[in-house]
Design a protein around this ligand. Structure first.
Ligand SMILES: C[S@@+](CC[C@H](N)C(=O)[O-])C[C@H]1O[C@@H](n2cnc3c(N)ncnc32)[C@H](O)[C@@H]1O
Length: 322
């Protein structure tokens, strides 16, 4: 069996015998007016973090969701899309598709706004998405791509890029590792399927996105996810995994490199009312301007006396330069 087949088998079992907390950061699902998530869907929350960011979902976008699980995020996306076929949810595991379909049907009982036709559950996988080129506004995946080995991750990211419209968004939530995961854990297929040993470091994760061609990447959240303790995982020292929520835009990469927003700001502290860096950034004295990491580094280098750059908050929500 390949590790992808092991993963599919693992999730077939997880569909038939739900395992609470199998793979997630213990945060309650978002509370939204009129949205009631069935208990079984909550029990089958196999994601970490969230890919459902209301600010991303204006104008009834078409969402392609990869790896439907119990359907919790498909339902949350449908809350915003509210149109037949507005959410296309893909999963290669028949047991998971059946569970999601059943759970979505159940959701109609307590959500009078919801029509199961809002979510189309389809067979397919991350490497061959059943939609045409440039046809969807949003692609989302939660806790799936981290399972993939690097070459497969590239294939999955390229496929997501293919189906996105220009300007479209790839919204992801995945574990990342605070240092490279040792080989003996990476090769453990069950731990990989459990989202515990395939995670890349932050830098490697972002680099994969840039290599595919995403010109703008925004970090929405970064928080502790799991600790791999030294004893259970045969490590010299414990290894902290974090979960990373990100949004990557299918926008051209600027000549001087991709813009990655991690919540840094630049603040002009000189004597003039404002500072113009002649590269598109106007800093009003004393007012923080959200900047991407590339611009933050340039400003700090160019104006070491007059510009203060604040640390990444890992919670960037729009605004600022670019
Ligand atoms: C960790 S679970 C996450 C489920 C869901 N995203 C959530 O947040 O609850 C991974 C999901 O991806 C599905 N999956 C496994 N291999 C896949 C593949 N190659 N392509 C797409 N989905 C896959 C599994 O069946 C499962 O539903």
């Amino acid at each position: 069996m390949t590790y992808l087949e092991t993963t599919a088998q693992f999730y077939a079992e997880a569909a038939e015998t739900p395992q609470v907390g199998l793979c997630c950061v213990s945060t309650p699902p978002p509370r939204l007016p009129g949205l009631k998530i069935p208990t079984i869907m909550q029990e089958m929350n196999y994601g970490c973090g969230s890919t459902v960011h209301p600010t991303e979902l204006f104008g009834s976008p078409t969402v392609l969701y990869i790896g439907v699980g119990g359907g919790i995020e498909a339902l949350q996306f449908a809350y915003f899309c509210r149109q037949p076929g507005g959410v296309i949810a893909v999963d290669p595991v028949p047991e998971m598709r059946q569970a999601a379909t059943r759970n979505l049907q159940l959701a109609t009982q307590d959500n009078d706004w919801f029509d199961p036709a809002f979510v189309k559950v389809l067979a397919g996988d991350a490497f061959a998405l059943p939609v045409p080129d440039a046809s969807v506004d949003v692609v989302a995946q939660n806790c799936l791509f981290n399972i993939f080995e690097p070459d497969d991750l590239k294939r999955a990211l390229l496929e997501a890029y293919r189906v996105l419209k220009p300007g479209g968004r790839l919204i992801m939530s995945d574990p990342i590792a605070t240092r490279p995961i040792p080989l003996h854990l990476q090769q453990d297929e069950r731990l990989r399927a459990l989202c515990l040993s395939g995670a890349l470091t932050y830098d490697a994760y972002i680099q994969h996105l840039i290599e595919i061609g995403f010109g703008q990447i925004e970090i929405r959240a970064r928080r502790p996810y799991r600790l791999l303790d030294a004893h259970s995982y045969n490590l010299d020292t414990p290894l902290l995994l974090e979960s990373l929520d990100s949004v990557s835009f299918k926008a051209p990469i600027p000549e001087d490199g991709a813009c990655v927003f991690t919540g840094k700001t630049a603040i002009y502290s000189g004597v003039e009312p404002q500072l113009d860096d002649r590269a598109g950034h106007l800093l009003q004295r004393g007012n923080p301007l959200a900047v991407c990491d590339k611009t933050a580094a340039k400003l700090a280098l160019q104006f070491p006396q007059d510009v203060i750059v604040t640390d990444s908050t890992w919670h960037y929500n729009g605004g600022g330069c670019c």
